[in-house]
Design a protein around this ligand. Structure first.
Ligand SMILES: O=c1ccn([C@@H]2O[C@H](COP(=O)(O)O)[C@@H](O)[C@H]2O)c(=O)[nH]1
Length: 252
């Protein structure tokens, strides 16, 4: 497989001969106001440019949208992507919304979805802890499986909790993508994984290669790539946890 971080949680994944675009957040740098009630109220989102031409990102076989927060699916994505492209979403509510944007080939992921011979299994996620969970809403992850490939788990916008442990126990992925920017509002704690969550993933799946994405691209991030890299050294995770720059890709 080849995994390219585009920006934020947007990935291009070549898996068993099929090219997937994950969580398309395709606006130009600075298009949207900052998320209210969080750091960097002087900086518009996205904080950085796409590292590739947006038209190139439309050249995929399928799109997976883990949830409909703006920084995972935006108006620019709805404009740029072909409306007949196969699109996978977490539930019927999200399916209805993307259909209203014009997408005609929308499938709700289950634990047994198949596409081009690839098994796609929806996994659970928790977009924060405690009271804030209600506000942030439902999210999912997805596990990719194929006889010719290592198993890949894209965890989505989730913190470490027993649902992630369950996904690791069930699917035993060799490659794991976590959203690791420790995004937060001023109150309510982590919305996605921070460095301690990533350490939990590493301890639960010590043989896996873990990629941390969703970093430094939206105003409410609190964990920088440099801080995570230092923590990786400190905790002996070197070589196990990768921290890609935007545009960087890995053959795994
Ligand atoms: O009250 C709310 C509820 C949701 N949001 C959205 O939260 C996400 C946070 O970003 P993540 O990448 O999911 O961590 C963001 O897209 C907002 O649209 C909010 O801001 N306020």
């Amino acid at each position: 497989m080849n995994i390219q971080l585009i920006r934020n949680a947007t990935l291009v994944i070549d898996y068993a001969g099929t090219r997937f675009l994950i969580d398309p957040f395709l606006a130009e740098k600075g298009t949207y106001p900052p998320f209210a009630g969080s750091l960097r109220q002087d900086q518009n989102n996205p904080l950085v440019d796409l590292p590739v031409d947006v038209q190139q990102l439309a050249q995929v076989d399928a799109v997976i949208v883990t949830h409909l927060h703006l920084d995972h699916y935006d108006a620019r994505a709805a404009e740029v992507l072909a409306h007949d492209i196969p699109m996978f979403v977490q539930n019927e509510t999200d399916a209805e919304k993307v259909r209203q944007d014009g997408f005609q080939n929308v499938t709700v992921l289950t634990e047994n979805t198949a596409f081009e011979g690839i098994s796609l299994s929806k996994t659970a996620g928790e977009h924060g802890r405690g009271d804030i969970l209600q506000r942030l809403g439902q999210v999912c992850g997805v596990v990719f499986q194929h006889p010719d490939e290592a198993t890949l788990y894209v965890a989505g916008d989730t913190v470490w909790y027993d649902g992630v442990q369950k996904a690791l126990d069930t699917y035993k992925p060799q490659v794991i993508v976590v959203n690791g920017g420790d995004n937060q509002f001023l109150q309510g704690g982590s919305l996605v994984m921070g460095k301690e969550d990533i350490y939990e993933v590493f301890q639960a799946a010590p043989q896996a290669t873990i990629l941390s994405v969703h970093m430094e691209a939206v105003n409410h991030w609190t964990l920088s790539r440099d801080e995570l890299r230092a923590y990786i050294e400190e905790k002996g995770m070197h070589g196990h946890v990768l921290v890609p720059e935007d545009g960087e890709s890995y053959e795994l």
